[in-house]
Write a protein that binds this ligand. Sequence first.
Ligand SMILES: CC(C)(COP(=O)(O)OP(=O)(O)OC[C@H]1O[C@@H](n2cnc3c(N)ncnc32)[C@H](O)[C@@H]1OP(=O)(O)O)[C@@H](O)C(=O)NCCC(=O)NCCS
Length: 183
Amino acid sequence: MGMVKEKVLITDIDVQRLDISHKSILLNFKSYEQELVDFLIEDALDNQNKKISATYLWFYKPTKELVGYVSVLTDAINLQGELKEYFRQKHILYKSLPSLKIGRLCVSDDYLGRGIGTLMIKFVIILAEKIGNDVGLRFIAVDAKRNQDPKRDSVHFYKRFEFESLKQREKGPLPMFKDLIKK
Ligand SMILES: CC(C)(COP(=O)(O)OP(=O)(O)OC[C@H]1O[C@@H](n2cnc3c(N)ncnc32)[C@H](O)[C@@H]1OP(=O)(O)O)[C@@H](O)C(=O)NCCC(=O)NCCS
């Protein structure tokens, strides 16, 4: 039986907006999703400078380690099919509605299963509520990475936070959304 690791508390986390001073720290970040490591090292700061996405680094205070990151950007969700019908019934006839998109979200391999992913989702929800006070914002959206291994399939992770799938797809990431107005 594997050892149950203690959950990480939000008070033990220091969130820092990515900047040039972090460059060398990024090289130590490890994830089984290599594409998410590559994005962090190669593209995250460049995208942020170009105002394409903003990246928040998560440090675990007791060890000062970089334990995760999340990149967000603004987006819109096209209302199609069931979702279009749902909003029509509410007399909302727009073709699309604004969303905050989770472009990338990743917890380092050494810290998986300790609740950091959950804290990151809570962080994004709070961020969305904050932004949503100043601008229109109805959804949080994500293209969830699939994995053959159900324990690594992030669709299951997002479903825990009441993300719903936008449309069925055979291949590639699954577009999902969370309505910020609870039904
Ligand atoms: C998905 C990910 C962010 C989860 O982070 P985490 O810190 O391990 O998640 P948590 O510890 O908060 O897990 C919360 C719960 O979800 C479950 N869970 C975590 N990852 C899961 C996954 N990939 N599939 C299904 N369930 C998952 C956990 O078992 C846990 O349940 P418990 O509370 O009953 O123990 C992490 O696995 C990761 O970074 N994966 C690689 C990158 C990735 O897939 N990112 C998302 C793509 S956009």
